[in-house]
Design a protein around this ligand. Structure first.
Ligand code: NDP
Ligand code: 2IT
Length: 448
């Protein structure tokens, strides 16, 4: 019989050699594979049927040209991606990211994570991700619209409510989803609400989808704290970023009695010891699309640290909600040294492998992204459910559904970690619980 850890090691080596240069994808795969040894011992059929090897290979990868014209009439060419990773549990589901750092390795890491995250929600959605290396910063509404129309002019043939259902991610919010939906409807002559989520409330969107990722992350951390007879009450909290996830994480922390004392963007950090003024952040970021630095023009108690590191600010709880690999091993050590007791990942893979090790060695509560930020995609699935039944639910009802889903995900991760002999290890709990759901569906369907 083959030794299980050797088998996993050899699968990982294969992933690296088949996907050269895609470092973020390698990192995401490695983290999941490291959790699976016990599972392969307990369920040898997963290895016999090469389930891991199959899961690591996307079902389909689409790369396309996106030509568009700026306001001065100059032509630009960007690259578009959609990686349809796994459809064992439902149509491919996952966001679109518009950011200059996007390349195939980023989309594949996000798509890979999405498979297990979506499985954890318990809802019928497979995993996928897409995006472009387009940089929306400084672009006019008209330029954004022309880019989105060109992007959808290729993407439309690959998606649909039963096939693949995109949504937002970094650089893609309500405005972009509106332009994308409009172009899909125009090309296909179909009002197919369930082909895209994160839509506006005026045309088939769901209550709470905008708030869902941030709220869900805070609900998840609240569950981790409750399991240790603790709460957000009186805690100082750091939330990195100041985009969609960060804003609604801040709102829910304040509702639960915590105080967010810092947030950021890629230019620097705002520290406001009296508590971040959320209305001001929303005005600056959501409405006026300005930089977070401008916060200090209106709140004299706050300071801006140009190119600063938010993790140097002492806190009880950290909610990384900006981007991948934003917490290094050194940052994690600083957080622990300063008395941080819990980390909940609003962003996808924000902590480096060295950082994760620091958190785990220090035995602080650490909720990995694929569990902690699953509230966004879960509420997308609730949007699909409302679209399919041509219904729309109230804010209160939808938020309660989201809260229950996050409670269930927490319990699933917690109990799975105990079952496999690593109590408190939410990384292993999330990876194993998500993996088993996908693997069992794949086993039932034969060799696909
Ligand atoms: P937004 O575009 O709304 O906001 C992103 C924020 O993060 C901005 O403040 C941005 O600053 C900062 N940021 C982005 N990239 C970088 C970078 N390379 N370096 C420093 N700061 C950066 O995106 P979201 O809030 O939607 O997404 C944030 C994270 O949450 C991502 O990891 C995303 O994958 C994840 N996520 C999002 C979900 C959703 O529903 N939207 C669901 C689950 C996870 P700046 O403006 O300066 O670029
Ligand atoms: O990373 C994520 O889960 C998202 N960007 C949301 C995906 C979705 O389909 O709502």
């Amino acid at each position: 019989m083959v030794n299980v850890s050797e088998k996993i090691e050899s699968i990982y080596r294969d992933v690296i050699s088949r996907n050269p240069g895609e470092n973020e994808f390698h990192q995401a795969v490695q983290e999941v594979l490291e959790s699976l040894s016990q599972v392969l011992v307990k369920y040898p059929e997963y290895a016999d049927q090469k389930i891991i090897e199959r899961i690591c290979e996307p079902e389909r990868q689409i790369i396309f040209r996106v030509p568009w014209t700026d306001d001065k009439g100059e032509i630009h060419i960007n690259r578009g991606f959609r990686v349809e990773f796994n459809s064992a549990l439902g149509p491919y589901k996952g966001g679109l990211r518009f950011h200059p750092s996007v390349y195939l390795g980023i989309i594949k890491f996000l798509g890979f994570e999405q498979i297990f995250k979506n499985a954890l929600t318990g809802l019928p959605i497979g995993g996928g991700k897409g995006g472009s290396d387009f940089d929306p910063k400084g672009r006019s509404d008209a330029e954004i619209m022309r880019f989105c129309q060109s992007f959808m002019t290729e993407l439309y043939r690959h998606i649909g409510e039963y096939t693949d259902v995109p949504a937002g991610d970094i650089g893609v919010g309500g405005r972009e989803i509106g332009y994308l939906f409009g172009q899909y409807k125009r090309i296909t002559n179909r009002y197919e609400s369930g082909m895209l989520t994160g839509k506006g409330l005026a045309y088939g969107g769901s209550q709470v989808r905008t708030e869902a990722t941030g709220y869900g992350t805070v609900f998840f951390v609240d569950e981790m704290l409750k399991a240790h007879k603790d709460s957000f009450e009186g805690k100082n909290v750091l939330v990195s970023g100041s985009g969609n996830v960060a804003i609604y994480a801040i709102e829910k922390v304040h509702e639960l009695g915590g105080k967010v004392i810092a947030c950021s963007d890629s230019n620097g950090v705002i520290v406001d010891e009296k508590g971040i003024n959320l209305q001001l952040v929303q005005q600056l970021k959501e409405i006026e699309r300005r930089r977070i630095k401008d916060y200090t023009q209106y709140e004299k108690s706050a300071r801006f640290i140009e190119k600063g590191n938010i993790w140097d600010v002492p806190c009880h709880i950290a909610l990384p909600s900006a981007t991948q690999n934003e917490i290094s091993g050194k940052d994690a050590a600083t957080l622990v040294k300063n008395g941080c007791i819990a980390v909940g990942e609003g962003a996808n893979m924000p902590t480096t492998p060295k950082g994760i090790k620091v958190f785990q060695d220090a035995k602080i509560l650490y909720g990995p992204g694929k569990a902690a930020n699953a509230g966004g995609v879960a509420t997308s699935a609730l949007e699909m459910q409302q679209n399919a039944s041509r219904d729309s639910w109230t804010f209160e009802y939808t938020e309660e559904r989201l809260r229950q889903i996050m409670i269930n995900i927490h319990r699933d991760c917690y109990e799975t970690a105990e079952e496999f002999g690593e109590p408190g290890n939410y990384v292993m709990g999330a990876n194993v619980a998500g993996f088993k759901r996908v693997a069992n569906a794949m086993l039932s369907m034969g060799l696909i």
